[in-house]
Design a protein around this ligand. Sequence first.
Ligand code: GUN
Ligand code: ZN
Length: 435
Amino acid sequence: MSNSAHAYRGAILHSLADPAEVGIEASYAYFEDGILLVEDGKVREVGHAADLLPRLSGVALTHYENALITPGFIDTHIHYPQTDMIGAYGEQLLDWLNTYTFPTEMRFADKAHASEVADVFLKELLRNGTTTALVFGSVHKESVDAFFEAARTLNLRMIAGKVLMDRNAPEALTDTVESGYADSRELIERWHGKGRLHYAVTPRFAPTSTPAQLAMAGRLLQEYPDLYLHTHLSENRQEIEWVKELFPENSGYLDVYDKHQLTGPRSVFAHSVHLCDTECERLAESGSAVAFCPTSNLFLGSGLFDLRRMEQHKVRVGLGTDIGAGTSFSQLRSLSEAYKIMQLQGQKLDPFKSLYLATLGSARALYLDERIGNFAAGKEADFVVLDYRATPLIDYRLQQSGNLAERLFALITLGDDRVIKETFAAGQSVHRRDS
Ligand code: GUN
Ligand code: ZN
């Protein structure tokens, strides 16, 4: 074993598969007293301490008591320029964009401002245990340079892109087909596949791109292998009516993206709250994914995401915060609100399904499950240490419940950034709550 090997001891929990496919019991592995053995930034082995310890003499060991080690959380939809404007009052999507979002995003023409916010944003993600995210920049290429520079310094696996927007937005926030293409290409050449970074072609949503710009986005996906496509879909009823007016020749909202060659593996459609069966089928068949954004859907009054329907159609689903329409960076908070969204539809959200959504399920949605999402040997060692004693109430509540499912559910329901004791990316500590 190399000098870099490090063993982390504590209760360890990770997802193995989607509970919707294999049932709850086969969907996870749990080690009450476990060891996560990390070497050269990767998971070498996970197992019971009693089995591993005898083979670990000389290996550095950190023991976490009253804590649970899980894979790092993954956020499949978030806007870093909107860090400044979380909790903006009173509007639904289209008015919210015009009143708050667009003025905020204008400031990202200034690289120094972008770098300052990128720093705050990444710190906040790590404070909340999120180690990978699919991130909207602003229309300015400088915003994406600032973001990737900061992410590279921390060696995080991150996906981001510059917004494409050539109509129905303020002049200062629009590009053109040509400049959007040139700027995106420049950023792809500079960042895509560098270290742990990936580029996402990012048309904001159908209403703010001309058909010519959407076609250009499709062309970029053809020109470079393994790019992501990141946009919004069917979030709000007014928005959907607007898309029908703007694209009368298309059969529906998803069809606009589909006809411009924007569906497929690594295409992620945020929200997807109001879809018909044909659209769900098309998402599944094309290998596209949707991002379920609970706190945002409630905050903007957008609607109730139907997770069961997505499972029935076998659509890949990731979990997103959608900051700044979302109200928390914490994926524990997202899951707590997801549970309530299911309740309002007469459904349940099992805590092990929640764990899956925030980790392996989101990794699958991003086609990154060969690299992250659980503790399979060889995966990148992105993980978090959750503190069972984070607050007096959490401590008290967890002492009342013996079984793992109950404890996990209570931790999700009551938890937030206070629960995240430490966060690791590629085996390195990148956030420690108490330091
Ligand atoms: N649709 C188009 N742009 C946005 C955005 O910035 N946030 C959300 N939630 N929806 C959008
Ligand atoms: Zn969004």
